[in-house]
Ligand binder design. Structure first.
Ligand code: NSS
Length: 431
């Protein structure tokens, strides 16, 4: 069949002569004796020219936007056409006439709720195509980076029985006669796995019943998490900056066209190289006070504060040493300064803010049980996690990277929803 042997548009634009192309109608313009169709496939766009009086013209007349076709013709130079070439169509070998398309891409940006309702179709837009390709490169880069450094990829369960990141954002699920939760983080399972494999990572969904709609929260997000035995906070900061720099480097290598299509300035991305700025929580509070924020030592650093902080620096910031009470119970306290944890958040520049959270874990059994109690939690809920500390426990550290947030930042998007093909938030579970 003709549609099995076609040339990708990007390749056709580099060639000449007779070719068969296949794709979807991206734009259509009718003149008196010619129809110009811009054809789109996953690789690019090209102009097709249909001449009146041919059977192909009669078919082209009937095609709506996003109708599909396979066409054969001859490539000609045409400086005014996108890509500098057009295809003079001789035959339409196959086609599917679509109904009038419900999205007008030129006017589309105006009502984003509508575009979310028709997300299953909006994915065909060149904008979403570009974002999805960047996302593909980001996921690939994460796997490449970990695997090259000898981390084993592992998988953790999505059904869990106790909170990792606080009870307030747990999703409950009926589980036969019982109730379980959707995982907020694979961390505890990775901690178990380091005793077998020493360095492990996973890329998986995490779920949080986030009650508010913000630019950077989803209820289902993709989480790249790693855990490593025998390392501390300082080593961890070397790992996080290495990973983030590599992701950015790969996108810059592979996705220049997509960044350009999205209007993303690449200069700020080019400076994302180790070492990142290291700013202690104490210093951050002082900087924020000077900038007029009402913040006291001990307060959490919210989205607005993060934004202000990142604008002070030209690279990502490793914000470390948070007070005990603003970080989850599993964080190890600094033996030299017990009110502070050996924790780090990595903030993406240009106002984007937190993309990574991590730190050293408590590895001593008594210290862990004490802290669980101090946090008002029940040690019974964390039995197997505590059990890990009973048998050859070792210092270890790890982190979680929000992949959708990283895509949002690198692609220069205003909203995390646009970094994901089918976003989920408090108001949206369709399509
Ligand atoms: O809550 S975190 O800060 N940390 C953890 O879950 C640790 N248990 C990870 C670990 O050490 N293995 O989440 C980590 C990152 C955070 O920096 C964000 O980038 C992302 O996960 N994150 C989210 N992205 C999108 N939407 C939501 N709701 C969200 N929550 C966290």
């Amino acid at each position: 069949m003709a549609y099995r042997a076609a040339t990708p548009i990007a390749e056709a634009l580099k060639g000449s002569g007779r070719v068969t192309l296949r794709g979807w109608v991206y734009r259509k313009r009718e003149l008196r004796d010619k129809i110009f169709v811009v054809l789109r496939d996953s690789t690019g766009i090209i102009q097709l020219v249909f001449s009146r009086g041919t059977p192909a013209f009669d078919i082209a007349e009937r095609l709506n936007m996003e109708s599909a076709l396979v066409a054969t013709g001859t490539l000609k130079e045409e400086p005014r056409a996108p890509g500098g070439k057009e295809l003079h169509v001789e035959s339409v070998d196959w086609y599917y006439v679509g109904k009038p398309y419900p999205i007008n891409e030129d006017a589309a940006q105006a009502d984003s709720e509508y575009l979310l309702d028709v997300r299953h179709l909006w994915l065909r837009s060149r904008r979403m195509q570009a974002v999805l390709k960047i996302r593909h490169t980001v996921f690939g880069a994460i796997h490449e980076w970990f695997r090259r450094r000898g981390y084993y990829e592992v998988q953790a369960p999505m059904f869990i029985t106790a909170a990792v990141e606080g009870g307030a954002t747990l999703f409950k699920v009926n589980y036969f006669d019982d109730v379980v939760y959707l995982t907020q983080s694979s961390q505890f399972y990775l901690e178990a796995l380091i005793y077998s494999l020493e360095r492990v990572y996973t890329v998986a969904p995490s779920f949080r019943a986030e009650p508010s709609r913000t630019r950077r929260h989803l209820t289902e997000f993709w989480h790249a998490e790693a855990e490593e035995a025998w390392i501390g906070l300082e080593d961890l900061m070397g790992i996080t900056e290495g990973l983030i720099s590599y992701i950015v480097e790969r996108v810059l290598e592979e996705r220049q066209d997509e960044l350009k299509l999205l209007g993303r300035r690449t200069a700020p991305l080019e400076s994302v190289k180790p070492p990142f700025h290291r700013v202690s929580y104490d210093e951050a509070v002082e900087i924020l006070k000077k900038k007029g924020f009402k913040i006291e030592w001990g307060d959490d650093i919210g989205a607005d504060e993060e934004r202000a902080l990142t604008l002070e620096f030209d690279k990502p910031v490793q914000l470390f040493g948070f007070p005990e009470k603003v970080k989850a119970f599993y964080h190890r306290n600094d033996p030299k300064r017990p009110e502070v944890t050996l924790s780090v958040d990595v903030l993406a520049p240009e106002g984007y803010g937190e993309v990574i959270g991590g730190g050293e874990r408590i590895y001593d059994e008594e210290e862990l049980v004490d802290k669980i109690k101090r946090f008002g939690l029940n040690p019974k809920d964390y039995q197997w996690y505590i059990d890990l500390r009973r048998y050859g426990s070792v210092p270890h550290a790890g982190f979680g990277l929000g992949v959708d947030r990283v895509v949002m930042w690198i692609a220069g998007l205003d909203h995390i929803r646009d970094a994901v093909p089918f976003p989920r938030d408090i108001r949206r579970k369709y399509p």
